[in-house]
Design a protein around this ligand. Structure first.
Ligand SMILES: NC(=O)c1ccc[n+]([C@@H]2O[C@H](COP(=O)([O-])OP(=O)(O)OC[C@H]3O[C@@H](n4cnc5c(N)ncnc54)[C@H](O)[C@@H]3O)[C@@H](O)[C@H]2O)c1
Length: 428
């Protein structure tokens, strides 16, 4: 651990983004407080227990009780830097929900200290800092640039990624004032082993994150559309993408699947779409990408129906096993997970559902993968957890599984077909 620094940091929001950041700042010598809502998690952290099961790299630092967690915003009174890492979800109509950012800003303004640097890390559309956060922070008469600074540094963390993490992912920062940008960049340079790029404005910093995630959403929508087209043409899209990926420049492989989930890619484009709409611009391309990606769970169910048809099986009453609830492999996070949509659709169609996810025993209907296979006539692979990837196709045959829908194109098509099982991937 580095020599103790004088500055005190409070991180508001201790989830996938806030907790690794708080740990890193503490390891780099800052005195760190954490503010969050869930009392159980706060008690665990203060007892030295890591609340992020997916990230055991935090275990040691949390066991040393380097972070003092609380539900109260009071530690902000003695902090030099406050970093906001609260959720930015959408509602059921896909409208951005800034309630957590607003309530965190209100919590900060009640405790704002002269000279404080407030940094928003939550993903937001261009304009949120100046149009939503700043008016709250200035509501008591204090002025940005004089009494406090406001900066934005979007987080790019990718839970489960072993190569790129909170320590080594480069960052972009922007601020309302030049002085604020210099201070924010200095802070991030003191904790990161990566480039910190200072953007010309806070809006530019906000926009970087949105375009990164929208870029992914659009590219995934493109291959999801290709999957549907190639299913009709009888071409294996997965093989084709692998072939195209041999081009060493100007092609970046993305892969089709059962759908796009998670707190970021399935959510962030709506923040830009909505803000641009209010300003009079219609993001047709981004809306179409969202529409295509949102259609993939029902497309997966259609593929199941057509596979069952080949065997003369109705969907109603047939036993379907869903493997995976997480939105992505090897993490216990099911926000916006496509498998939940698949399950809802299948229930509506009268299928009998079994679910197994080793990360969610409490939401699984069976205790093990084996029992799930045993109880299923058809399987949908919805998450490519490592526990599922190792499955030997002979196990499927042993349990009399007749149909496999590989929602992640992660299994060996030929090996499954060789067992006499109907295999369908997404675009293959
Ligand atoms: N999860 C990711 O992979 C990821 C990656 C990059 C950016 N982001 C962005 O970072 C932000 C946080 O995401 P996350 O995944 O860490 O969320 P999370 O749900 O894992 O954690 C949110 C934390 O905020 C706390 N919280 C909620 N409302 C609060 C409030 N009003 N006051 C204080 N604490 C509050 C919760 O108790 C929790 O500790 C979001 O804007 C998200 O889009 C997430």
């Amino acid at each position: 651990m580095k020599k103790r620094k004088k500055e005190v940091v409070t991180v508001v929001g201790l989830g996938y983004v806030g907790l690794p950041l708080a740990v890193l700042a503490a390891e780099r010598g800052y005195r760190v407080f954490g503010v969050a809502r869930n009392k159980r998690n706060i008690n665990m952290l203060n007892r030295g227990v890591n609340t992020l099961k997916d990230d055991p790299s935090l275990d040691k630092a949390i066991a040393k009780k380097l972070i003092k967690a609380t539900t109260s915003y009071e530690p902000i009174r003695k902090s030099d830097i406050v970093i906001v890492c609260v959720p930015t979800p959408i509602d059921e109509f896909y409208n951005p929900d800034l309630t957590p950012v607003i309530s965190a800003s209100k919590g900060i303004v009640r405790n704002l200290k002269k000279g404080q640097l407030v940094i928003i890390e939550s993903t937001i559309n261009p304009g949120v800092c100046e149009e939503v956060v700043l008016p709250i922070l200035e509501s008591t008469g204090k002025k940005v640039g004089k009494d406090f600074e406001l900066a934005h540094c979007p987080e790019r963390i990718d839970p489960g990624n072993v190569k790129w993490n909170v320590r080594n992912i480069p960052r972009c920062v922007g601020s309302v004032t030049k002085k604020g940008a210099v201070r924010a960049a200095k802070f991030y340079r003191s904790i990161l082993s990566a480039e910190v790029r200072v953007m010309k404005s806070i809006k530019e910093a906000e926009a970087t994150k949105i375009i990164e995630n929208t870029f992914r959403d659009i590219n995934i929508a493109y291959v999801n559309e290709l999957a549907k087209s190639f299913d009709v043409l009888g071409i294996d899209v997965y093989d084709v993408i692998q072939g195209a990926a041999t081009k060493p420049f100007a092609f970046m492989p993305h892969y089709p699947s059962v759908g796009v989930g998670g707190h970021c890619i399935a959510v962030d484009p709506y923040y830009l779409i909505e803000r641009a709409r209010k300003a009079g611009f219609d993001h047709k391309f981004l809306k179409l990408a969202r529409e295509i990606n949102n259609s993939m769970p029902s497309y997966t169910v259609e593929k199941l129906q057509s596979a069952l048809n080949e065997l003369g099986l109705p969907i109603k009453g047939t036993k379907i096993g869903i493997l995976g609830l997480s939105y992505k492999a090897n993490v216990g996070d099911m926000r916006e997970s496509p498998s939940r949509k698949v399950i809802a659709l299948l229930k509506d169609l009268g299928a009998k559902i079994e679910v197994f996810d080793p990360y969610f025993p409490e939401f699984s209907t069976t205790k093990s993968l084996q029992v799930c296979l045993q109880n299923s006539q058809a399987i949908i692979l919805a998450t490519n957890h490592r526990e599922f990837l190792n499955l030997n196709p002979k196990e499927l045959k042993k349990h009399k599984v007749k149909v496999v829908i590989d929602g992640k194109n992660a299994w060996n098509k030929e090996a499954i077909q060789n067992q006499g099982i109907v295999y369908k991937g997404i675009g293959r």
